[in-house]
Design a binder for this molecule. Structure first.
Ligand SMILES: CSC[C@H]1O[C@@H](n2cnc3c(O)ncnc32)[C@H](O)[C@@H]1O
Ligand SMILES: [Zn+2]
Length: 436
């Protein structure tokens, strides 16, 4: 018989298009890796003696958070290069240190990131980096779900570009659908300002050949947009359109500096946008036009970017920022309501990376969910728990995390990762980077 978990007396976020209310009180049943039932009463067919039971009375259950843009191993550079604009930060602080990264460093930094993400309620993350076999191994072992890609910067000889492309393709082939389907892969030229047009076109061709999604950084700063116009006579959206990038299923990170016409182009090609509010604020890049993008029908999801431009990987912070800053910028308190912020951080993220059965607490969906301890002063009274998750909670309130039906974080402790070892190795890796 299938392994069954019954959660009794819980409160469950209901974010689906036809949900009448955002919270349901009752029962959820999980069999193996799937949710099979959510409802106010428990049907007798599920009340078997051998089912595992969980008391949900002090918990709020919601879909696991989906972080759709980041560079996990950059946890090693957290706090190394604050208060700078993007190009200065990349060229003077990040790239010189990243050039020294070994497989071991990426393993240590990624393990630290995955531990932080799991403990703060992220069940799926997108990662664009180098040494990606190490990243994939950490995902395989930790139990997290991930969409992974080898990010390629093309500011090098054509021979080295070719090597990077081959590495990206090989990684994508080797790991797509690995770890029981928890790992999927994509292709990612880093950005139009670091990748010559012919290099981007090769990625587009490879994405066609392998039927993979494309992801890149786009229009993050005004300076980058102007540089694109100087170099290629086009703004980044028209430039990528011309190179065929949008002919593939794709999504871009940031998209802070867009015109009305560019928003229409993204909508026309169904190009998604991963919004990274904390990173955009910290690097003084600006605030993306999220309400305008959503009104135009562009799919929007949420990411942290790397820990060196955030400086944490807590998606609760990003949800709160998303709900707050767009009210402030627009003067409209309904710009991003709490339930919408939660949808952006969960089901929208899953759809963005083509995971159609992740992101909702509904029968038939993958059992990727988290439980928040709501028996705490800052989460009382229980007026509106979706509101509390967005405006009052933090990742530190997460008590339980399930991915693919497996209990990964229990009472705040990660069951699949050795926290003490990860902390030691990350500290040692950073020391090594400073002295090499
Ligand atoms: C080639 S691997 C990824 C590459 O991206 C760099 N990076 C981190 N954050 C940002 C950002 O906000 N914009 C552009 N590039 C970013 C990271 O340092 C790696 O070199
Ligand atoms: Zn990034």
């Amino acid at each position: 018989m299938a392994k069954r978990l019954i959660i009794r007396n819980g409160r469950f976020a209901q974010l689906g298009a036809d949900s009448k209310q955002t919270t349901l009180q009752g029962f959820m049943v999980v069999e193996e890796d799937r949710i099979v039932y959510v409802g106010e009463t428990l049907p007798s067919e599920y009340a078997a003696d051998d089912a595992e039971e969980m008391d949900g009375s002090r918990l709020f259950f919601m879909p696991g958070l989906v972080n759709t843009h980041g560079h996990a191993a950059m946890t090693l550079l957290r706090g190394y290069g604050d208060d700078m604009v993007l190009q200065e930060w990349l060229q003077n602080k990040m790239w010189p240190m990243e050039a020294k990264f070994t497989d071991q460093d990426v393993c240590a930094g990624t393990a630290l990131a995955v531990l932080e993400m799991l403990k703060t309620g992220t069940t799926t993350f997108v990662d664009m980096y180098d040494h990606m076999n190490e990243v994939a191994k950490v995902c395989e072992q930790s139990g997290i779900r991930a969409a992974l890609m080898r990010g390629a910067i093309g500011l090098c000889s054509e021979e080295v570009q070719q090597q990077k492309l081959q590495e990206a393709v090989q990684f994508a082939k080797d790991w797509n659908h690995a770890a029981n389907g928890r790992i999927t892969t994509m292709l990612a030229p880093h950005a139009p300002y670091t990748c010559p047009p012919a290099f981007i076109e090769k990625f587009v061709q490879a994405a066609h050949d392998l039927d993979l999604m494309l992801h890149t950084h786009m229009s993050e700063t005004e300076a980058e947009v102007q540089q694109n116009v100087t170099d290629y006579g086009l703004r980044p959206v028209a430039h990528l359109e011309k190179l065929g990038f949008f002919s593939r299923p794709s999504f871009v990170a940031h998209a802070v500096h867009l015109t009305d016409e560019e928003i229409e182009v993204l909508a026309k090609y169904n190009v998604g946008v991963s919004h990274n509010p904390a990173s955009n604020l910290k690097l003084a890049s600006g605030v993306a036009r999220i309400p305008d993008l959503m009104r135009a029908g562009v799919q929007v999801s949420l990411g942290t970017d790397g820990a060196a431009s955030n400086n944490n990987l807590d998606m609760f912070d990003e949800m709160r920022l998303t709900a707050l800053i767009h009210k402030g910028v627009s003067g409209d308190p309904t710009a991003v309501p709490a339930a919408e912020a939660m949808r952006i951080a969960t089901v929208n993220g899953a759809k963005m990376i083509q995971l159609q059965d992740v992101g909702l607490l509904e029968a038939g969906m993958k059992a990727d969910f988290i439980a928040i301890n709501i028996d705490q002063p800052h989460l009382l009274p229980h007026t509106d728990l979706v509101s509390h998750m967005v405006y009052s909670a933090t990742g530190r309130d997460v008590a339980h995390v399930f991915v693919d039906g497996k209990h990964i974080v229990k009472d705040g402790q990660c069951l699949t990762m050795d926290e003490e070892r990860i902390r030691d190795e990350a500290a040692r890796a950073f020391e090594g980077l400073l002295t090499r």
